[in-house]
Design a protein around this ligand. Structure first.
Ligand code: HEM
Length: 123
């Protein structure tokens, strides 16, 4: 049906796209939005509820629980099983590119070496 959202009249049949990118960077919504502050998401702090990488509501991503477990597991395995080094002393450029998925403007180059514990496991 026709409705009003945030003061805007939205006619029935309109396709609405939620700009999660902008919401995630909105200073009215987040304290210091572009800073890396993992504590935002720990201890049930309020800020975590405003994070919506998997969408929200009825059509939210049904794979969110699986994805969050796999991302943590993959990242943890990479950190625990390998020693990582940068290829240069240059400060890592964290600027993101433009597109549908999040990628870096400058690709991250790194060297990794399997730790003994994982070498034993693999052999
Ligand atoms: C880090 C990984 C992932 C991210 C960031 C992600 C993100 C999203 C987002 C933003 C949507 C759209 C939600 C909306 O329309 O409001 C979506 C939809 C969907 N995702 Fe994911 N997703 C991920 C992984 C997965 C996985 C692992 C599965 C399946 C095993 C999955 C299955 C789906 C499906 C079926 C939909 C469509 C839901 C619908 O339209 O009703 N996703 N996802």
């Amino acid at each position: 049906d026709d409705c009003t959202i945030g003061g805007f009249n939205v006619p029935r049949g309109t396709i609405l796209l939620v700009n999660a990118w902008a919401i995630h960077r909105d200073t009215k919504v987040w304290n210091d939005p572009t800073s890396f502050k993992p504590k935002r998401f720990t201890g049930g702090e309020v800020e975590g509820h405003k994070f919506m990488p998997f969408g929200m509501g009825r059509r939210a991503c049904p794979g969110a629980d699986l994805a969050q477990r796999v991302v943590g597991l993959a990242l943890g395995s990479l950190i625990q099983c390998f020693e990582w080094e940068r290829t240069t002393e240059k400060v890592v450029d964290l600027m993101e590119g433009i597109g549908l998925t999040a990628f870096k403007v400058e690709s991250l180059e790194a060297m990794c070496k399997a730790l003994d514990i994982i070498m034993n496991f693999l052999s």
